[in-house]
Design a protein around this ligand. Structure first.
Ligand SMILES: [Zn+2]
Ligand SMILES: [Zn+2]
Length: 273
């Protein structure tokens, strides 16, 4: 199939005009960040170490990554019976290894984590290891209390893949009063090659975000160095996790991708590659 016919088919499928090609998008938004990434040190479901993930992401062309391993409420690789400080130390190993490698090779590595509540998950940013150690109550907080604590500390609470349907998620549960925003694009849904339509989970997430006026994020939910290329791209280089929080909450301009298609920050397709 020729490129033009393929583009026309995609236009028809997405039902809108495609404004830019992906090269133009990358020129306008050169700083690409992976916002949803797991390491084998800390996530039981991940297959590659923090250092391996950092190298793969640098090679792919990311400016930076957020390491977001599964916490005690999710698929953690860390013994949950450990005392709090020891638990946090071990939990942060994946991030630490990614950061050390990133510092060597020129990849910005920022901290975050993915908090699980019986299958419902939240991506937390703008907080760090020291802050976690000061808040041992984190282990017991409800979704509501988590929001107060993290948001109150200047952090960001994003509902991860809110409409995902999988065996490990008993039901889709929404918490519009306990989040700052929504993961609108989760690249894992788009790279799935089986018989189900998982991209529909993201369409629902984008609609949900639009209804509530929530800012959106995009990430790959990547568990190995077989990267998907999802993430968010900005006009400028982010200085820190806190800077990312400011960019998202402050309404800064950015674009999102699932590694194939580019979307504006409201989830409209702007480029099909
Ligand atoms: Zn996982
Ligand atoms: Zn994840």
């Amino acid at each position: 199939m020729s490129g033009e016919i393929w583009a026309a088919l995609l236009r028809k499928r997405f039902g809108m005009g495609i404004k830019m090609n992906s090269t133009a998008v990358r020129e306008e938004y050169p700083y690409l960040y992976e916002t949803h990434l797991h390491t084998s040190e800390s996530s039981a479901c991940a297959r590659s170490t923090g250092a391996e993930m950092a190298r793969a992401c640098k090679e792919y062309g990311y400016t930076g990554i957020f390491v977001t391993d599964h916490n005690w409420g999710g698929n953690t690789a860390v013994d949950v019976t450990l005392p709090w400080d020891a638990w946090v130390d071990q939990f942060c190993q994946g991030y630490e290894h990614a950061k050390a490698e990133g510092d060597k090779i020129g990849l910005d590595v920022f901290f975050g984590y993915e908090a699980g509540y019986d299958g419902t998950e939240f991506l937390l940013y703008g907080i760090d290891e020291a802050w976690m150690k000061m808040h041992p109550e984190l282990r017991y907080v409800t979704v509501e209390e988590q929001y107060e604590l993290v948001h109150g500390a200047g952090g960001l609470v994003m509902h991860a893949h809110p409409y995902r349907e999988e065996a490990y998620i008993p039901e889709v549960r929404l918490f519009p009063d306990c989040v700052d925003g929504v993961e609108g694009i989760n690249a894992a849904h788009h790279w799935y090659s089986g018989p189900r339509d998982k991209a529909v989970f993201d369409k629902r997430a984008v609609t949900y975000a639009g209804e509530h006026g929530f800012p959106m994020s995009a990430g790959s939910d990547i568990h190995s160095t077989a990267l998907f290329g999802g993430g968010m791209a900005f006009h400028r280089r982010l200085r820190s996790g806190a800077d990312y929080v400011q960019a998202v909450l402050g309404g800064e301009d950015y674009v999102m991708t699932d590694g194939k298609v580019w979307y504006d920050k409201s989830g409209r397709v702007i480029s099909i590659g």
